[in-house]
Design a protein around this ligand. Structure first.
Ligand code: SAM
Length: 577
């Protein structure tokens, strides 16, 4: 069961009570968003849906030594000689650490067991760190000799541990933009009635050009990787993660991250973290996170409200920020100004979104320290509006941050986090995009995929590609999810690849001279092949290190770039023929 089931349940109940028409009419007449959300909250209360949720879901799974022991034992099995699946063992030891009760020996034994894996991996520095963590957590005297022995061996071998590879430093293709320092100087923003704001280039661009390196305003870590990555910085750091002292669903890579995360968002999420992870998806969670991080930037909710209401903070973009005096508050101006598509939404969309906001708001305000901050009705209403705003901006603007590791052809990447990006959110969609973005950590790197002549628009792809989905499916989904009718070259039918590909030497004999449909079929195959090479590119540039970090050498990056530049322009070449 998730929040969509809650919404469906409510609608069914209202139908049964033969009240749906009356309520819809009243709901539709409410102008303010907080009014809409409050209206649904009242319905959820009247029709007993809130107590149902409270009964059904655990808000937070508490520390539990029995479970901690159980996870450690499972970890031991994976660590055993027979299995030697150290990654799985490590994740389970982390889980055991996270579930261990305060001051219990489970915590210290968890750290000690983790140190055993690190010793096997010859990660002596991290091994020593874990030994220290175990000692600080009162490692039992009866087992001490094991730890002493490992420590001694580690100290002897420390000098044999090689340095970690330095991640490749990406460079923009040209000089930095005069105003926006992390994008190339040829990029600018314009807007039109049809497409809203968009990015174009003033100069010709070539495949492989890196044109932007965008840092997120904030990120969320996705629940499946919560025992592998840091809940604050989202870095993969399962070698030295420490647990949140209160919940069993958040770990941090250092005391600094624990403190930073707790002070900004985790203090509010922690008391209901498992409820959040069970009922809501990544779009809802990032909407909540953006709202909480924004709140944490101000002393009081009133200050944030004043800031959001200032005329100079309306509809701002990454091009409006002051990068000379850049701060998180300054960054938030662009995130607050992301497109909401509010005026394009239907009543049923508002009702569903309102249900999500009502449940989130209800539990956040009644069950977390947020209630101490939102001191009166006005501040509650303001926070509700803010949450609703970001529940509208999130689906069209937030990005999945992925690990460059292809699982299979149908699933090109493995998302571990989601992020709110000010600049990248200005890129419009095309079903035949001319850019591609990949991630280095949580930094978004925007590369050019096909030649882009001066004065042309840069297009991203929102997950609906001409080569993998038929046109009617793309149009329907883009309209439903992103509130626009796509008029890209692939959708309007004049994408040159469809007409000219028959002449390309790579077109199999069997397909030559056939109708457009066959050519499209071929093109799908072409995209699949290309996709594999693209995945190779991604893999090569971010060679995956088994221990703690993802890095890439200059050599592997160049090699990978050659693969990309070699593979992608084939499409462009084909298009020109
Ligand atoms: C990530 S934002 C892109 C920037 C946006 N145009 C703006 O003004 O901020 C996504 C939204 O842009 C609009 N959009 C994106 N691609 C479009 C396209 N090809 N044609 C028309 N509108 C588009 C839709 O409203 C969509 O929900």
């Amino acid at each position: 069961m998730d929040i969509y089931d809650v919404h469906e349940d409510l609608v069914k109940t209202l139908y049964k009570a033969q009240k749906i028409l009356g309520y819809s009419k009243e709901f539709n007449e409410i102008v303010e968003n907080h009014g809409k959300v409050n209206y649904i909250e009242n319905l959820l209360i009247t029709y007993q849906q809130i107590p149902k949720l409270e009964l059904r879901f655990q808000l937070r799974v508490n520390k539990n030594n029995d479970k901690s022991l159980q996870f450690r034992k499972e970890g031991n099995q994976f660590f055993s000689l027979n299995s030697k699946d150290y990654f799985k063992a490590l994740e389970l030891y982390n889980k055991s650490i996270c579930f261990a009760e305060e001051d219990s020996e489970n915590l210290s034994i968890g750290y000690a067991n983790r140190s055993a894996i690190l010793f096997e991996w010859k990660r002596y520095r991290e091994c020593l760190e874990n030994i220290q963590l175990a000692r600080d957590a009162n490692y039992p005297e009866r087992l001490r000799h094991k730890l002493d022995e490992r420590e001694k061996k580690c100290l002897d071998l420390l000098s044999t541990q090689t340095e970690d590879a330095k991640p490749y430093e990406f460079q923009l293709v040209s000089r930095h933009h005069e105003k926006v320092p992390f994008i190339a100087d040829c990029l600018e923003m314009r807007s039109s009635d049809e497409e809203g704001r968009y990015i174009y280039t003033k100069k010709d661009l070539r495949p492989g050009d890196l044109v932007a390196i965008d840092d997120p305003f904030c990120t969320i870590l996705l629940p499946p990787v919560r025992y592998i990555r840091c809940a604050n910085c989202t870095k993969e750091n399962y070698l030295t993660l420490i647990p949140c002292p209160n919940c069993t669903s958040a770990m941090f890579c250092s005391k600094k991250c624990l403190e930073e995360g707790t002070n900004s968002f985790h203090q509010y999420e922690c008391p209901i973290i498992d409820f959040l992870f069970t009922l809501f998806n990544k779009i809802h969670l990032i909407a909540l996170r953006v709202s909480l991080v924004a709140l944490s930037l101000f002393g009081t909710v009133d200050e944030l409200r004043e800031f959001c209401n200032e005329p100079c903070n309306q509809n701002q973009s990454a091009f409006d920020l002051n990068y000379q005096k850049f701060s998180k508050r300054e960054h938030y101006r662009a995130i607050h100004g992301l497109v909401t598509n509010q005026d394009k939404r239907s009543v049923s969309d508002f009702f569903q979104r309102g249900t999500i906001a009502a449940v989130l708001k209800r539990f956040m305000i009644h069950r977390t320290p947020l209630k101490d901050i939102l001191h009166d009705e006005d501040s509650v209403n303001f926070f509700t509006d803010l949450l609703f705003r970001h529940l509208q901006t999130a689906p069209s603007n937030m990005h999945s941050i992925s690990l460059i590791e292809q699982k299979d052809e149908a699933k090109d990447d493995f998302s571990f986090a989601s992020g709110a990006f000010g600049f990248a959110s200005l890129l419009n969609h095309s079903c035949a995009p001319n850019t591609v973005h990949i991630y280095s950590g949580t930094k978004l790197l925007l590369f050019v995929l096909r030649p882009i002549p001066a004065n042309s628009v840069l297009y991203d792809n929102y997950g609906y590609h001409y080569a993998t989905q038929p046109r009617d499916v793309r149009l329907k989904n883009l309209e439903m999810q992103y509130s626009f009718r796509c008029t890209c070259e692939a959708c309007t039918g004049d994408y040159p690849l469809f007409h000219n590909l028959g002449a390309h030497p790579k077109v199999p004999e069997a397909v030559k001279g056939r109708d457009v449909y066959s050519l499209m079929e071929f093109d799908r195959q072409f995209a699949k092949d290309n996709f594999k090479r693209y995945a190779e590119f991604l893999k090569a540039y971010q060679s995956y290190y088994p221990c703690a970090q993802i890095g890439a050498t200059e050599e592997s990056f160049k090699m990978a770039l050659n693969i990309l530049v070699d593979a992608i322009p084939l499409k462009a070449k084909a298009a020109k023929m």
